[in-house]
Design a protein around this ligand. Sequence first.
Ligand code: AQP
Length: 331
Amino acid sequence: MSDKKRIFSGVQPSGKLTIGNYIGSIRNWKEFQETYECIYCVVDMHAVTVRQDPAELRRRTFETLALYIASGLDPEKNTLFVQSHVPQHAQLAWVLNCYTMFGELSRMTQFKDKSRKYENNINAGLFTYPVLMAADILLYNAALVPVGVDQMQHIELARDIANRFNGTYSETFVVPEGFIPKAGAKIMSLAEPEKKMSKSDLNGNASVFILDDRDTVIRKFRRAVTDSDTAVYRSPEKPGVSNLMTIYSAFTGKTDEQIVAEFDGKGYGDFKNAVGETVADGLAPVREKFDSLMADKAYLEGVMKNGAERASFIARKTLSKVYRKVGFVGQ
Ligand code: AQP
């Protein structure tokens, strides 16, 4: 095992991955692969907090792994695996449940949002989701967790749980830090720009998916909700335009000033076309690589298996330390 600090992150295979998942999360991961020991997981156990079609979940699990690789992650340099293949996640989550307070979980914004969205299925898993997430991170003693801004509250909770456990039983877990990308930490819906772009949005025009074809990407951006003005600049009164600027900047590296200058006097039509074409161009190589990976399922199964073995090696050690500390009799 290396002496490098560890990174952990993951995405739920709960739908088609959006450019929010890509910009806020996956595409940043490759930056770390030389300097950290990186562990990236497809968090299928989190996905079942919302009802999933079993065949779809299986397919999306492969797709999500393929997207990790297509976005630049080298399976030799990173540990890539599926959460349910390493049972220690669930085992540690149970213990950590007993060190997490009801009041803490009740305050989680994602729980409140998802309880509203899935009012007929407010299950206990949805409530304890952040504890499983804490287990994911603490199991690997990850120092850094790159996430979109929406997940920061869960990282804070993971830190509190780690500190509580360490304070009770002596130093056990590394207390993780969240890492938010400089640009694009929160990509908003194209249909309702006050709302986060989500995989599970039922409105077909709200989210741009990484695997959308070129024409679909361009069409969705053409339809993006803006405002009755025509000038391109960032302002709280212009959430739609501001979001498009964030997306454009994320794909081009251009600053707000450069974008404003580029579209000075041109109006929203040209701006939306430019954003759509730029995003479509930026995603094309990812989609190409994805297609070739999905054609070789045996390769993806090999990556999963190998990743689960590497992850299990660390996970077993952490869990047995935790079991010993809380007083479970060893086998
Ligand atoms: N809109 C977004 N902007 C920036 N980052 C985002 N992320 C998600 N949406 C955006 C980041 O993607 C990573 C994986 O997210 P997740 O799959 O674990 O769960 P999520 O945040 O609940 O994502 P979705 O797309 O909204 O999924 P559903 O619809 O299933 O709930 C995280 O790092 C997240 O911050």
